[in-house]
Design a protein around this ligand. Structure first.
Ligand code: ADP
Ligand code: MG
Length: 478
């Protein structure tokens, strides 16, 4: 049986054949809904394009995907428990908030909510845990966690449309057997089910779900639209608003019910607000108002903080997972098996040791600040530069250090607008989607919704679809 890599080596010698296959892939992508607006004309519906994707699906061991799916509901519970544990968050983030204003602002809101007493005890969580498969690891778990995303985890709908495109392209390329190993995905409805459940528990037929968005012309709006429609189909009204709208026209009424433009809001779903530059003074006020309100938040401020890189590092310390799963050693083991080495840069002898270790072999690590969205991490010689500069300063506490994962390299062609057609050495990142709803103490929904795959050229250290580095992909099960 010919592999996709072998096929690529052949077809690259016949540019006409390759162009024709690529053209077919893009047309098939359009047909199945992989459409996005264009950066230059973000409000225009007259010229659109596709979200970048791979020509072929990338091989992924089925057993590893199953392992990632199996641990997801435990991660949901873990994130939810952390969000409700002020002592843990305070201790974990103590150093970080001294030097990182963004995390400090989030933490201030968290503290204020704790002091005032929670208004809403329903929590809706939609998260995505990202992994890579480490090729050096032949032990029981080559599946290694990159990070936990607890806010605005994206890539749902368009990635759902890819398997059908990939199967078609494999068939068209004559790789019939392989086409059987690409599975359908349907992640959007599962994620929406949690928002719908939160809305239902809120218990006001006329209240809306508010998608908190960047701007009304946001480039990935079409992606949100699929979720919005799914909710409307369940007879749940949805509105889109910006922080600015909330600041100007939102208010809290009796029992801290949150209203905007005359409509009561049952659920706030944050599709924005995960980066410092997402906020002005007014946005912080708007965020605080929503957090104080009776509206169900997805995520609430504690859950947002549970997704910080610093928390991820603290979770890897001995005994910490046991705190959250005291009677479930097998759960602890399942989660811990996915961790790589994570190291503190807090002031003190342990942090000093981390600095020394990183300076001795910077290529083995990734240095991470408390940021999301791709393009913020530091690699290789830049690690030495940053740590040489910061090693005696508390500013180092804004970062954590992580072992660098060495994923398998597979050949593929990345289809990106105005990028040349070429075979690239690629690495893939698996994202597993979790959805849960808690009502006071009871988990009333806790599901692993499914997975998605993103792939990038191995010459890039960092990733991100929005950052323009990663493209959408589907696993070819092996
Ligand atoms: P962000 O919140 O910006 O997405 P991530 O932790 O996901 O931050 O890192 C961004 C990208 O950097 C990842 O998608 C992955 O490609 C790469 N990366 C992050 N951590 C590691 C690691 N430990 N080993 C190898 N690559 C990593
Ligand atoms: Mg990431």
């Amino acid at each position: 049986m010919m592999t996709t890599s072998e096929f690529l080596q052949q077809i690259i010698q016949y540019p006409e054949k390759l162009n024709s296959l690529v053209c077919e892939a893009k047309e098939c992508a359009f047909q199945h809904g992989n459409i996005t607006r264009i950066n230059e004309t973000p409000t225009s519906s007259e010229a659109v394009t596709y979200l970048p994707f791979t020509l072929f699906p990338s091989p992924m061991p089925k057993a590893i995907i199953l392992q990632a799916l199996a641990v997801q509901t435990h991660f949901n519970i873990l994130v939810d428990k952390i969000s409700q544990d002020p002592d843990f968050l305070e201790e974990a983030l103590a150093g970080t908030i001294q030097v990182d204003d963004f995390t400090a602002n989030l933490f201030d809101i968290y503290k204020q909510i704790q002091q005032e007493g929670l208004t809403q005890s329903i929590a809706v969580g939609l998260n995505r845990i990202d992994y890579m498969v480490d090729h050096r690891e032949d032990g029981p778990s080559p599946l290694k966690q990159v990070e936990i995303n607890t806010i605005a985890a994206g890539g749902l709908y368009v990635s759902d449309c890819l398997p059908v495109v990939h199967r078609h392209i494999l068939r068209s390329a004559g790789l019939l057997e392989e086409s059987k190993y690409v599975q359908d995905r349907n992640n959007s409805p599962g994620m929406c089910a949690a928002l719908a459940k939160g809305w239902e528990l809120y218990g006001q037929q006329k209240a809306v779900i508010l998608f908190l968005v960047e701007s009304h012309a946001q480039i990935n709006k079409l992606n949100h639209r699929v979720m919005e429609k799914n909710l409307w189909d369940r007879n749940i009204p949805v509105i889109r608003r910006k922080f600015e709208d909330v600041y100007r026209r939102g208010s809290l009424h009796d029992d801290r019910r949150f209203f905007i433009d005359g409509q009561e809001v049952a659920v706030v779903y944050y599709r924005y607000g995960y980066m410092p530059n997402n906020y002005t003074e007014e946005s912080w006020d708007a965020r605080l108002m929503m957090e104080r309100s009776l509206a169900v938040k997805c995520p609430d401020i504690g859950t947002h903080l549970a997704g910080t890189k610093k928390v991820q590092q603290v979770l890897a310390r001995p005994g910490v997972l046991e705190r959250f799963f005291p009677d479930q050693p097998q759960v602890v083991e399942q989660i811990r098996a996915t961790f790589v080495g994570l190291y503190t840069l807090d002031m003190g002898p342990e942090g000093d040791k981390t600095v020394e270790m990183a300076l001795a072999a910077p290529e083995r690590f990734v240095l991470k600040p408390q940021r999301e969205g791709g393009g913020n991490n530091i690699y290789g010689s830049a690690i030495s530069e940053v740590l040489q500069r910061l090693k005696d300063s508390p500013e180092r506490m804004a970062y954590i250090l992580m072992d660098k994962i060495q994923p398998f390299i597979v050949k593929n062609i990345l289809l990106k607008r105005s990028a040349p057609l070429q075979i690239s050495d690629c690495v893939s990142e698996l994202g597993v989607l979790g959805a849960y709803v808690r009502n006071a103490k009871d988990m009333v929904m806790n599901t692993c919704v499914g997975h998605l795959l993103r792939t990038k050229s191995s010459e890039h250290s960092d990733g991100g679809v929005t950052a323009g580095v990663s493209v959408l992909d589907s696993p070819l099960l092996i």
